[in-house]
Write a protein that binds this ligand. Structure first.
Ligand SMILES: NC(=O)C1=CN([C@@H]2O[C@H](COP(=O)(O)OP(=O)(O)OC[C@H]3O[C@@H](n4cnc5c(N)ncnc54)[C@H](OP(=O)(O)O)[C@@H]3O)[C@@H](O)[C@H]2O)C=CC1
Ligand SMILES: CC(=O)C(=O)O
Ligand SMILES: [Mg+2]
Length: 760
């Protein structure tokens, strides 16, 4: 495969089954609603509901602006669709659009901390749709229209903008136009082209296409240099078939009648139409250094691999996250609404859109921070053909785009609550982003760049096999399936998994040529610990954990995952017989709990039952080191049931002692204790102890003993709605991870990736 083609290869792929299981697992769908105020006591209810609620009701009636102070309105956006143009899949109806709309809602939350709810309106009648939405203004700070077909979307958006006093923004139009324009500015710069003389063909003349063309014309593109095409071919002056007023506004004088004719010699082509609409002949006929944005989702008009096969001078972008240069409105809508909501804008106007375009284009020209380096395919992305637009995981987006949008809203007079200190606003925005998702993305990316051989010790189990397949599919390396071939094949057949694919390898311990080497290795380690040679033989022949751990110990695999069929401590004992701890380290378990945009590391959740003071200090050091490797500045709280001496007790005394040991060791991270969990996690409660040395709420919690660590993380997961990853084993000399019994395939893949990462 030529290098250019390799560079364009998608780096992740998911199967249809995985996609369905992802949506079905746990609570079906991708969203839930949580209360933000306590709802426990009679008093809480009296405040939240009758009679207390009457007070804000009257306040809002007297002054509607106070709705932003007393309700969710100011941070709440509705994602509304009728499903008439779902991605590039066409008109599949309101109900079928729900997964996409839920997806947009979670992206609002994930990227910009905007709360959002999806509303699917089951009508194709424009007036009915408008009448349904126009009365929803009091509920929301903004309306994000999505996947509504042209030309209905133009009428709907225009009328709703006139009827409502909050931003109404059709994402497929303006979101797409903003991102495409930013990418185009940069691609033109890279190819030395001038906006005024560049020739562009846009295939598609619907919502996204018309908005893109309008925006770039507003930015100075010459109207006569843009040719629009739709299913009937070129939109030329005088055409009557399949026309509407929005298409007519962009009709040009040209002899070209087909897309193929229009694309001859074109500098730029935008695809906002359908999968496969561009042929190799069309791409070949374009000018030198062509700019190709194939933006149809989920499958582009032409794939980067196809383009790379025929030209090596193209700048290529798609709407997908698994190729370089993702031109997708996900880079826009969360941040544009963030900025608009924060100044209580009445609308999102052209000045705000152009500010977003400039901010995005500029960001791609700056040096990228390290977390983007890891999250991007290949090496440090530098402004160039493979990097014309920031990646969605770029942590700078959350401050750069909303600030630009908010400033433009203020300057153009549509902000109801101008921001005075923009620098402070930018800092606040950065604090809204939790780094864990980009950290995990970087971790996966780093493994992808140096793929690893990970042995899945319990490959006869279905969820393990699924995880192994996903590991291979995501190009993280080779997944070694350890088990008996006949049983592995039987499990695969039952699960409908095709084992005949690259990246999967079966190792049968019974017939492996490495058995003797493993037995010798194990016997040498255990002979002075009461084990006979035949005990070592038995362990290697009969126990897959020992076999797998020896594979890792002797370099036949880079990492190992186990834990589904055996309890944690047994699996750990098996592994420890074969693998030592890293010199100068302690083996501990760290669990990563993600809850409502906040991440905390909890230790030791796996190894030490009743740690001594010295062991607690070691645990703090290991856990802080791990948090740092995951991209956090550790603030370690040494937890107890007491806080700074009250109430006193033997267990707390041990924690206090651990703090003194850390003092003596002069460690290079923040720590303090002993303290109760609320003091550690709640800034207000911590303020009652002004001498506390932590500069903010703790993000590393060292538990006084295994039982409290285990109980609290399990409660967080079951009752607190947290996602808990781990326990992740830290401090072993080789990369081994143990999942909990009953872990899901996605948990196992995470563990395999973490093992592979540690082994890199
Ligand atoms: N990357 C991104 O961020 C985004 C990508 N898109 C993608 O753009 C595409 C269009 O979406 P949207 O504008 O919302 O949908 P619309 O339904 O509003 O418009 C679709 C347009 O595409 C035209 N079209 C469809 N198939 C072809 C074809 N084979 N050749 C030429 N023209 C064709 C239609 O022509 P006609 O008018 O003759 O029916 C119509 O003009 C989708 O694939 C969508 O996924 C959309 C938004 C964002
Ligand atoms: C990305 C998007 O919104 C679309 O393809 O419709
Ligand atoms: Mg869309």
């Amino acid at each position: 495969m030529p290098d250019t083609e390799k560079k364009q290869r998608p780096v992740t792929s998911v199967t249809d089954n995985e996609a369905l299981e992802f949506h079905a697992m746990g609570r079906p769908g991708k969203l839930e609603i949580n209360a933000t105020k306590p709802m426990a006591t009679q008093r809480d209810l009296s405040l939240a509901y009758s009679p207390g609620v009457a007070v804000p009701v009257k306040a809002i009636a007297a002054d509607p602006a106070t709705a932003y102070d007393y309700t969710t309105r100011g941070n709440m956006v509705a994602v509304i669709s009728n499903g008439t143009a779902i991605l590039g899949l066409g008109n599949l109806g309101a109900l079928a659009s729900k997964p996409v709309m839920e997806g947009k809602s979670v992206l609002f939350k994930r990227f910009a901390d905007v709360d959002s709810i999806d509303l699917e309106v089951d009508t194709e009648n424009v007036d009915e749709f408008i009448n349904c939405v126009r009365f929803l203004g009091p509920s929301f700070g903004g309306i994000n229209l999505e996947d509504i077909k042209a030309p209905d979307c133009f009428i709907i958006e225009q009328r709703l903008r006139e009827l409502m006093d909050i931003p109404v923004f059709h994402d497929d139009q303006h979101g797409t136009a903003i991102i495409a324009a930013a990418g185009l500015i940069n691609a033109l710069e890279l190819t030395g082209r001038d906006l005024k003389t560049t020739k562009l063909v846009c295939n598609g003349a619907g919502a996204a296409a018309i908005a893109c063309v309008e925006l770039i014309k507003a930015m100075g593109f010459a109207p006569e240099n843009i040719v629009l095409c739709d299913t009937k071919g070129v939109i030329y002056q005088g055409r009557t078939e399949g026309m509407n007023q929005w298409k007519s506004a962009h009709a040009v004088k040209t002899k070209a009648r087909t897309l193929e004719e229009a694309m001859k010699g074109a500098d730029v082509v935008f695809g906002l139409s359908q999968k496969g609409a561009f042929s190799e002949t069309m791409i070949r006929s374009m000018a030198d250094r062509p700019i190709i944005f194939a933006m149809a989702n989920p499958d582009p008009e032409i794939t980067p691999e196809e383009v790379a096969r025929i030209r090596d001078d193209a700048i290529m972008a798609t709407g997908r996250s698994d190729y370089p240069n993702q031109v997708n409105n996900v880079l826009g809508f969360p941040y544009i609404f963030r900025g608009a909501l924060d100044v209580r804008a009445t609308t999102i106007n052209d000045a705000m859109k152009i500010a977003a375009v400039q901010a995005l284009a500029n960001l791609a020209r700056e040096d990228v921070p390290d977390d983007v380096v890891a999250a991007y395919q290949g090496n440090r992305p530098r402004f160039g053909a493979q990097y014309i637009i920031p990646v969605p995981f770029d942590p700078r987006l959350i401050s750069a785009i909303p600030v630009a949008v908010a400033q433009a809203a203020i300057d153009s007079g549509v902000a109801r609550k101008p921001i005075v200190d923009m620098a402070a606003y930018a800092r606040e925005l950065s604090a809204r982003r939790d780094p864990i998702a980009s950290t995990l993305a970087s971790l996966y990316e780093r493994v992808r760049r140096r793929p690893k051989r990970v042995v899945f010790a319990e490959a006869e189990e279905e969820q393990v096999m699924r995880a192994a397949m996903s590991y291979a599919n995501q190009q993280l390396g080779t997944a070694i399936l350890l088990g008996r071939e006949d049983l592995i094949h039987a499990t695969a057949e039952r699960a409908g998994i095709d084992l005949n694919r690259p990246g999967l390898e079966i190792v049968n311990a019974r017939i492996s040529t490495r058995v003797e080497a493993y037995i010798d290795y194990l016997y040498a380690r255990l002979q002075r610990k009461g084990y006979l040679h035949r005990d070592a033989q038995r362990l290697i022949h009969q126990d897959r954990n020992h076999f797998a751990a020896c594979m890792v110990a002797l370099g036949d695999a880079d990492g190992m995952v186990t834990g589904i069929t055996r309890n944690y401590s047994t699996a750990l004992e098996d592994v420890r017989r074969c693998i030592d701890m890293k010199p100068g380290h302690q083996v501990i378990g760290v669990s990563v709990a993600l809850c409502r945009g906040r991440t905390v590391f909890v230790a030791d959740t796996a190894v030490h039952d009743m740690p001594s003071a010295a062991e607690l200090a070691d645990i703090a050091v290991e856990a802080a080191g791990f948090a740092r490797r995951m991209g956090y500045q550790p603030r370690v709280a040494m937890l107890a049931y007491s806080t700074f001496g009250h109430p006193s007790g033997e267990r707390s005394e041990r924690v206090r002692e651990a703090v003194k040991i850390l003092d003596k060791r002069r460690v290079d991270f923040e720590y303090d204790g002993e303290m109760a969990a609320d003091v550690a996690l709640n800034r207000k409660v911590m303020e009652q102890y002004p001498f506390c040395r932590l500069s903010g709420p703790a993000n590393v919690l060292v538990m006084p003993a295994f039982h409290s660590a285990s109980i609290s993380t399990k409660m967080l997961q079951e009752l607190g709605g947290s996602t808990v990853i781990g326990p992740i084993l830290v401090g072993l000399d080789k990369a081994v991870q143990i999942t909990s019994m009953g872990a899901k395939d996605s948990d196992i893949v995470n563990m395999a990736a973490i093992a592979a990462y540690a082994g890199s």
